[in-house]
Structure formats: C-alpha cells, structure tokens
Design a protein around this ligand. Structure first.
Ligand SMILES: Cc1cc2nc3c(=O)[nH]c(=O)nc-3n(C[C@H](O)[C@H](O)[C@H](O)COP(=O)(O)O)c2cc1C
Length: 212
C-alpha cells in the first residue's frame, strides 16, 4: 500500500508550495513563452479538485494569441480605472503594473463555470462557486510548482458581458478568476504576513478556545 501521508522531505516540499504561492505581478519573464503542454498538465491536475455538481462544470479558457489577450487586458484596465476612481485614485503600484502589462503576459487563463449562480440561494451559490474555485487554486499551485507565476484576479468581471462577447463565451457560462501566467524571473516567494491559526480558529463553539 502506498503511504497516505507523504514522508519528509516530500511533505516539506508540499508545505513550501502551499505557503509560498503568492501573486507574481512583476517578476515574470515576459519574453519566455509558456508551453501549451505544461498548461494542459497543470489544468489536468486542477481537475482533481473537489466538485459538487457532476458532470464537472469547470471550463478553462487559455489565451495565448495577442488579439484576445489585448481585448481582455483592455477591459481589465477599464475596470481598474473605475476602481481607482472609486478609491480616490488609489491603486497599488504593483496592481497598476500588472494591468499595464497584462496583454504581454505569455498566457491568460480564464476559469469559467458552466451555468449561472442561483440569485437567492446561499447553498446553491456556495455549490456553484465551490465547484470551480478549488480547481482555480489547484491550478495556481500546480503552476507554482513548475516555476510559473500567476495572480488571482477578478477585476475584469466588472465587464464580464463585454469579455464574453470578445471571447465567444456563451451566455450560460459564468466567468470567475482570471490568472495571468508566465515563468517567474528572479522572484523570491515567501510566506505572507497573515493572522495566525490560533487567532482565526474557534473550537467547539463560535469564540471557543482550543482544548488542552
Ligand atoms: C477574490 C479576490 C479577487 C482579487 N482580484 C484581484 C485583481 O483583480 N487584481 C489584482 O491585482 N489582485 C487581485 N486580488 C489580490 C491578489 O490576488 C492577492 O491575493 C493579493 O494581492 C495578496 O497577495 P498574495 O496572494 O501574494 O498574498 C484578488 C484577491 C482575491 C482573494
């Protein structure tokens, strides 16, 4: 029987990927193409994620040609400008840089879900998005493990319908996360500053402390 828990250092390697899968917006090798086979391999891994709505609803739209990348990047930039205006002009420099260079990323992967979320049902909405977003995160992890950087983005969704028209996405398909992807270049990926598990975990009752 194969072991169910990986042995060290395999466990360390897995934990390392889980802890250091960060947004990579600037330290990307814009000149180096990403092999379609590698992207397909990562998507293959992503489709091992949980899904609650058989048959699987996830769809992955991979943009590598200049025209569709530019069309989506233009919509993304419009959305960022709207956000900046709403925030009184404030956008993080790295976010702006990603937007400025979005069309030059080697690949843009748009993770979609077949269907539309139920407007008024929390359980159905959770099932709908919960059946596709774990795959998007697995995809980011698989990319990271192969030296590819990505960023979890959703801004272009402010213009979801326009994006659908540009890319030929049917009306009954919901767009979710857009991952701009490229090989990392001189990127040092570290664990993020996050609140500790003890601070965000309750036991046995909301607010309850960890048993001794
Ligand atoms: C739901 C969601 C939507 C996001 N949308 C965007 C986005 O459109 N553009 C962007 O630059 N970052 C976006 N982010 C933020 C980054 O993906 C990232 O999580 C954040 O910058 C923290 O950096 P880290 O992942 O390296 O810790 C989004 C994050 C989440 C969780």
């Amino acid at each position: 029987m194969p072991p169910t828990t990986p042995e060290l250092p395999e466990l360390e390697a897995i934990d390392h990927i889980l802890r250091t899968t960060r947004s990579v917006r600037r330290r990307i090798d814009f000149e180096r193409p990403v092999e379609p086979e590698i992207l397909e391999q990562c998507i293959e891994i992503a489709t091992q994620a949980p899904t609650g709505l058989p048959p699987e609803t996830w769809r992955f739209l991979v943009l590598t040609d200049p025209a569709p990348k530019r069309a989506l990047a233009d919509l993304y930039r419009q959305a960022l400008a709207t956000l900046a205006e709403a925030r009184g002009g404030e956008v993080k420099a790295t976010q702006q840089q990603l937007a400025d260079h979005l069309h030059t990323l080697p690949a843009l992967i748009l993770v979609c879900a077949q269907g539309r979320p139920a407007p008024d049902s929390v359980p159905l909405q959770v099932a709908f998005y919960g059946s596709v977003l774990p795959a998007a995160w697995s995809l980011m992890l698989a990319l990271r493990a192969r030296g590819l950087g990505a960023t979890w983005t959703t801004l272009h969704l402010l213009h979801e319908r326009e994006a659908a028209r540009e890319l030929g996405i049917p009306e009954d398909v919901t767009q979710t996360v857009l991952l701009p992807v490229g090989y990392t270049k001189n990127a040092v990926l570290r664990p993020a500053a996050r609140r500790g598990a003890a601070e965000v975990t309750y036991w046995n009752r909301w607010g309850g402390e960890k048993p001794d």
